[in-house]
Write a protein that binds this ligand. Sequence first.
Ligand code: FES
Length: 228
Amino acid sequence: MRTYSGKVVELQSDHLGRPTAWVTCPPGAIPAPGQYLKSHAPAVIGEVLPAVLFAAETTPQGFRAASPIPPEWLPGTSLSLWGPLGNGFRLDWNVRHLALVAIEDVSRLAPLIPRLLEQGADITLFVNASTPPLPASVEVAPLSALPEALSWADFMALDLPLSKLSGLRSLLALMPDQHLPCPAQALIYTAMPCAGLAECGVCAVPTRRGWKLACQDGPVFDLHTLEW
Ligand code: FES
């Protein structure tokens, strides 16, 4: 695991009014879509557990850490960063029709958008919450429109809270044994208090081969490997 130094350079409210942080760091530390960084602010007294950071936006100089971020962080806070960690999205970049599915929040999926638009993909974002400013070519639809999109999409990328995994089948209007007609990967979003440090098991995800850890085996999983 690589260690890097970073610094909070700006706090910024996101589209839902939550604090996010612009972090400068070496290019190698910037997490790919779906990956995360473990971070610690040495100067913040009382910080025991590492913070888990996903990118909501990236630049060559760093990234904007999606909410939540530690409330003690201020512009100028120095950070120790470990990572990038975990399995991110492994897309076939030839995908033509991408369904992005944000069950609660689009932030962690947003970095996929620019690269796929560059590849010429058509993107529809399925979400019920408000969204950040998006390129005009990205269509936005409510989650209730997802079942109709199943025959259109040739790939589906989801941001899915672990607590919503059991309800996914009904959201997609799939019969109990019906398979998805396209490949799909899901970022399973859940608390990762030790981020793999102590194998606490809090982030356990049910799969067809038993329980896996989101912090080590995910947080992005092929949907067909999960029990849902
Ligand atoms: S967060 Fe502790 S094992 Fe994953």
